[in-house]
Design a protein around this ligand. Structure first.
Ligand SMILES: [Zn+2]
Length: 236
């Protein structure tokens, strides 16, 4: 099966052991826990840039997944100095303020980050990862199986506490990068924002800043080159 209808990088068929309904319930519960915890700690803030960018991206999702138009989309900004964002199944978006402040993010760069996270949700990557984890525990998927070799440990931030950023694979990351670029272009953003976003994140790491986001999103020159190649392809 495949959760999305079209889009480069998302034609791969997926293993799904958990029902969509079951996973949607769990995602919504996890999201509510995060938002409530943030609210209690007075960390929920209103951020015009996040609201503006997310709204434009969300308007494009029906092109890739029709049922996502019916999702009860929510966008929240959490005060936290880390660069990080997530979008859970059902359209539950969270962005940490460090994503803007640490790198002085432009709308194009923020669109690259949020578009990437929305793509994970549209492709139900969380559900797929849970399914793979289960199969791996049964020994059905060998550790050498493609995509499982680069599992990283998630951070210990507010987001990490709830296991939202489950360790991913390079394959899922590439899928989200490419679909995210398509969504941001459709929303009228400059896809070069994808390149500059990752360059800025890399620069942070090189400068010695601990970037939790990088533990689940390995950034490399190779990743940036792949994004640039995809942009060139789209411009043809
Ligand atoms: Zn990702």
């Amino acid at each position: 099966m495949s959760t999305t209808v079209s889009g480069i990088g998302s034609t791969r068929s997926q293993i799904m052991l958990y029902s969509e309904k079951e996973y949607l319930q769990q995602s919504t519960q996890a999201y509510n826990n995060i938002i409530n915890a943030a609210k209690q700690r007075r960390l929920l803030v209103n951020n015009d840039q996040v609201n503006r960018v997310a709204k434009r991206l969300i308007a494009q999702v029906p092109h890739y997944r029709s049922d996502a138009a019916q999702w009860n989309w929510e966008v929240n900004t959490i005060k936290d100095s880390s660069i990080n964002a997530f979008c859970l199944s059902g359209g539950k978006i969270g962005v940490l303020t460090g994503s803007m402040t640490k790198i002085n993010a432009t709308d194009d760069e923020l669109a690259a980050l949020i578009g990437h996270e929305i793509s994970h949700a549209l492709r139900d990557h969380g559900r797929e990862k849970m399914s793979k984890k289960f199969l791996t525990s049964l020994g059905i998927l060998a550790a050498s199986s493609a995509g499982l070799g680069d599992i990283a440990v998630s951070g210990t931030s507010l987001v990490g506490d709830y296991g939202i950023n489950l360790p991913g694979s390079r394959k899922l990351e590439t899928e989200a990068d490419l679909l995210g670029l398509e969504i941001m272009v459709r929303a009228g953003y400059n896809p070069q924002g994808g390149v500059s976003f990752w360059n800025k994140v890399l620069a942070q790491e090189k400068a010695g800043t601990k970037v939790d986001f990088l533990s689940t999103h390995p950034a490399s020159e190779k990743r940036i080159v792949a994004i640039q190649e995809h942009i060139n392809q789209m411009n043809k």
